[in-house]
Design a protein around this ligand. Structure first.
Ligand SMILES: O=C(O)CCC(=O)C(=O)O
Ligand SMILES: [Fe+2]
Length: 563
């Protein structure tokens, strides 16, 4: 019989692209070759007049981003006095009593700007929360102190600045301006690193979303268990430029599930790839899991700058990174950022702003838009093609996920149920049957309550008594030629249920990430596969459970191929 130590596997748990995951810890002969330290790249030449010099930096960046997802940027040009001043100002801010800081709590503004106290966010549900406090500021069209590409608008600031603390506001804004500039320069290095025109990203960086988030991590009790300052996660924007104070605690997860320390190195930034960049490079650049645990016994301060593109920019896989025959979805930057803020801050009043996502019919109209230009594709021709892609770290971002599919027959019976993602919460068979029957009933009711709208009656009855206005109206469905649809979309923070009903009353229910933009393409493909492999199967009896191996196989292959 195997002993416990032989069978027990050790795992590291994390959130990657907004969804939970785990990685086995591999040692000895099972271990992969992977990084054991964070590479250092001298960025002196990122704006050099010599193309060769800029390209040499880009090649090193390409290697670091493909193999590690993190690098130290040494010799950046952000002045040390600007950095010293922001550290002094944030220390002074965090040193204040909590009541004072709570005056600018993030709930006091839409947009999640302001202060968040210790333990308020919880990236790992097994903990009491992340042991850090933070302050978030970002782009503000009304702030003339920001280097805006247009004259400052009038109106109220979206940032949530502490009152009577000019030093903090000035120091943070100055740092923000430098980091916006430095990051835009880095986008050119990244473009070169990806084998593209240096200015490829410029059109997406006219008023880019960039956020400074000063952080304070009190020391955890050395004798206690591990309390994460920030639990294991990937960043969700494009890339992060992190300025660490003097105290360490940042760790980066390698392919073997081993935490690699990224200690502060004076006068360097730590740059890491985030989910957008992983998405648009088709996984060539890694959005690598990291965390902070402050076991140093000292107060730790750090200042990440999260860089994204313009809110309106569509994130599509870059032409140089596409693969023949694969389809890719696009996501809009602003929408994705809002979603990611919301899912980890469920109490924020801004959550009430549920977006209109358009009816299924409207969205069929977008078909093809996201699929254009898919032919003639090739693999990423990044700076140095010798780097091996790290397949294990390539989940697509959460916005791409198809979670599961249910098919309901016209009598409300469950005839097919399939999950496409590991780690989903499981329902019992009975619960699935109840879900199918209940949805069927509610769908029918919502069809029947489709409101009719008043139309002028062309032949009002002539009566001798005066008529009420309604008596001269008749009532009709908004589009009389169109059948009533019933519920098409139900949505929570974490998933969207989309229903497509065929002419004969069969319903297809797809559970996906709420941000997935072209569910219609997926739904259409599911229906085509159903028509080809279920309806045309001579052994299939209509309305009965679907047990067709060819349908399962083609569906599985197609859904996996999209990821
Ligand atoms: O404080 C650090 O060193 C890292 C912070 C971080 O990972 C984050 O804010 O996403
Ligand atoms: Fe992070």
């Amino acid at each position: 019989m195997a002993t416990e130590t032989e069978t027990a596997e050790e795992y590291v748990y994390y959130h990657q692209g907004g969804i939970p995951g785990r990685r086995p810890v591999l040692r000895g002969s099972k271990a992969y070759q992977t990084f054991e330290e964070i590479p250092l790249v001298d960025v002196t030449d990122i704006t050099s007049p010599s193309f060769e010099a800029r390209k040499a930096v880009a090649d090193k960046v390409a290697k670091a981003c493909a193999e590690v997802g993190f690098f130290y940027a040494q010799n950046h040009d952000v002045p040390q006095d600007v950095i010293d001043e922001i550290f002094a100002a944030i220390k002074e801010f965090f040193d204040q009593p909590n009541e004072e800081k709570m005056k600018v709590h993030i709930h006091k503004k839409v947009g999640f700007r302001g202060f968040e106290p210790l333990f308020e966010t919880k990236l790992d549900s097994k903990t009491r929360g992340d042991m850090k406090e933070s302050f978030l500021m970002g782009p503000d069209k009304t702030d003339a102190a920001q280097e805006l590409p247009f004259p400052a608008h009038t109106g109220e600031s979206v940032n949530n600045w502490p009152p009577n603390n000019e030093r903090f506001r000035v120091a943070v804004t100055k740092y923000y301006n430098h980091l916006q500039r430095f990051s835009k320069e880095l986008t050119r290095t990244f473009a070169l690193a990806l084998g593209m025109d240096e200015h490829f990203f410029d059109r997406m960086c006219t008023f880019p979303a960039g956020y400074v988030r000063p952080l304070h991590y009190p020391p955890q009790e050395v004798s206690g268990g591990e309390e994460p300052g920030i639990a294991a996660h990937t960043d969700f924007a494009c890339f992060t430029v992190l300025c660490q104070g003097q105290v360490g605690g940042l760790e980066v997860l390698n392919k073997n599930g081993i935490w690699i320390s990224a200690p502060p190195i004076p006068r360097t930034f730590v740059v890491n790839i985030a989910d957008f960049m992983q998405h648009i490079t088709n996984g060539y650049f890694q959005s690598t899991v990291h965390r902070v645990i402050n076991k140093t016994g000292e107060e730790r301060y750090s200042i990440p700058f999260f860089y994204a593109f313009d809110d309106e920019a569509e994130l599509e896989v870059l032409p140089s990174c596409r693969e023949e025959g694969k389809e890719y979805e696009s996501v809009r930057v602003g929408e994705y950022i809002a979603h990611r803020f919301k899912i980890s801050r469920t109490k924020h009043p801004d959550k009430a702003q549920v977006k209109h996502r358009g009816s299924l019919k409207e969205r069929w109209g977008t078909l093809g838009r996201h699929n254009s230009g898919r032919s003639n594709t090739r693999r990423c021709r990044a700076g140095n093609n010798n780097h091996r892609r790290l397949e294990i770290d390539r989940p697509s971002i959460a916005a791409m996920a198809v979670f599961s599919l249910i098919i309901i027959n016209k009598a409300g019976g469950l005839i097919y149920q399939r999950e496409f993602q590991a780690g989903l919460q499981k329902l019992s068979t009975n619960d699935y049957l109840v879900l199918a029957g209940t949805f069927h009933g509610v769908h029918a009711i919502t069809r029947s309550i489709t409101p009719r709208i008043p139309t002028a009656n062309p032949n009002p009855q002539t009566t001798s008594t005066p008529t009420t206005p309604s008596a001269s109206l008749s009532w009709s469905l908004p589009e009389p030629g169109q059948p009533k649809t019933g519920i098409e979309v139900l949505e929570t923070d974490r998933f969207r249920l989309t229903c497509f009903q065929t002419q004969t009353g069969t319903k297809f229910l797809l559970f996906t990430d709420p941000l997935m933009t072209n569910i219609d393409t997926v739904m259409k493909k599911v229906y085509e596969l159903y028509a080809d492999y279920v309806m045309k199967n001579p052994f299939y009896q209509l309305e009965m459970p679907v047990r067709c191996e060819a349908f399962d196989r083609h569906l599985g292959t197609w859904i996996r191929g999209r990821a």
